[in-house]
Design a protein around this ligand. Sequence first.
Ligand SMILES: [Zn+2]
Length: 621
Amino acid sequence: MAQIAMQEETTTEADPAVAEIAWDLGDLYAAVDDPQIAQDLDTAAARAAAFDAHYRGRLAAGEMDGNELHAAVLELEVISELLTRVLSYAHLLFAADTITPAHGALLSACQERLTAINKHLLFFDLEWAARDEADASALLADPAIAPYRHHLRKARADAPYRLSEPEELLLDEKSNTGNRAFARLFDEILADARFTVTSDGSRRELSEEEVLARLHSPDRTTRKAAAAGLTAGLVERRRPLTFIFNTLVLDHGVDCRLRRYPDVMTPRHLANETDGPAVEALLSACEAGLPTVARYYRLKRRLLGLDELFDYDRYAPLAETSDVIPWPRAQELVLGAYRRFSLRMATIAAQFFAHRWIDAATRPGKRGGAFCASTVPSAHPYVLLNYQGRPRDVQTLAHELGHGVHQYLARDRGLFASDTPLTTAETASVFGEMLVFQSLKEEIADPAQRLTLLCAKIEDSFATVFRQAIMSRFEQSLHKARAEEGELTADRIGELWLAANRPMFGDALTLTDDYRHWWMYIPHFIHSPFYTYAYSFGELLVLALYEKYRAEGDTFVPAYLDLLAAGGSAPPAELLARMGIEITADDFWQGGLAVLTRMVDEAESLAETAGVATPANSGRG
Ligand SMILES: [Zn+2]
């Protein structure tokens, strides 16, 4: 998973050490024209055709026992591993250098080949999902399929809601001109949009990413101008955007009705291996924690020396840091923090540097942001960064290496059982960031600098926990209103958006009337309904794990590493229960929320110590 928020690129002095940091993809293939690539694709195609000839219809006819089912899934996994290796390589080559035509050509050739090969394999999932519950349970109970039991059970999770094969094919084909077309139109409208920002007498036409980045400016006039520009640009496009929202919310509702899902959130819960009551408990706990947010923003108001905070002040930084952290220092910071936690974890992470599994340099044609790609269990993960030496970049390195360690440890489970659902996918990454954050904080002696670091961490956590929970609440109200009231106007959606957002800040921050339009650019609502609560889930889970580590010390470490090594081999609740964490307990989420409250306590007392939070301190205006 990439970072939730892509960081805006800014031009800083090149760090000579990081300019050299490019990955070596040789553990996948030697080069873009390595003949092994075509050979692997041919092997996969031949094995897929043989699979089709041998197995089609047999599962449906009830002719397979546990041993045969195991053999079939094993073969599917081998074929998938070949395809994933080629596709991972093509993706990584392209991500690091999108300009070289051979990279794009390899990627699209691989994708076409993959579609053709998949035609031989899709029947198996459909036949498996179509088996009746009693038959499937009997097969699942067979000890022979134990390594794939969870994988097979997950593959049936939405079985009760599948339509017949001709209906599924029809829906799939029509959605290219239906929901997928509207989602693409949304992307195109926002990609093409230019937002006019007027400040200091100059007018600039900015992209969405550029205008959003300006909301993080230390200069209030810049932030205010960016907010006005974003609002005006959204208002200008409100008719098509409102229509797209109405259409896609209705489409989701119709889909859920046709498939007889009990609730519009059910498909997401099934994919996340959770359920409605568990998610409701999470969202309610987040709502109960909102006074902590208001308390923090009252402090921030004082720290910035402002009489009133508005929505465009929300991301104002407390201090500008111009210190560049050189790449070798970042490596040392992250490995040091990892080592203090676990030598084994640091040893795994050190391999990423030693064997060139990281591409950290910024260069033209390289994609932005950061990610960790698991590739295949027979190789190892690769990390992509755009390292520019800011403190945030060090956190990003810690984050992606967390993913790297997680994926590396889970390799032994094989391709099908190593991947986790969304809700736990960020466990090791956020935990890794927490380790580095704590180490950095302990190193800084100056209370004002400590406070800046702490506030940045608090704001990141708030954005992940509370803002995402609020987005889920907004989406619930949006889907409900669309079902009950019919087509919604932009104003009506704006009311729902403000109603969901207002409780977050209490009286600490004023949402201007402009803010009512800011639901329009958020892609999750369009591309993946009810996606956002997984972020709240993941962050609070990690904070609770971190609490447990603080309480238990080194005895926590082996259980934690076992959790990571289990990958996606069992449902998250079961894996966590093995280490004594009852995620379904009523008060479970309180643990993570208490950590956030303590961080705000600490910020308040640091502000006292540093003497920066007095009304006399007039900050930037
Ligand atoms: Zn991540």
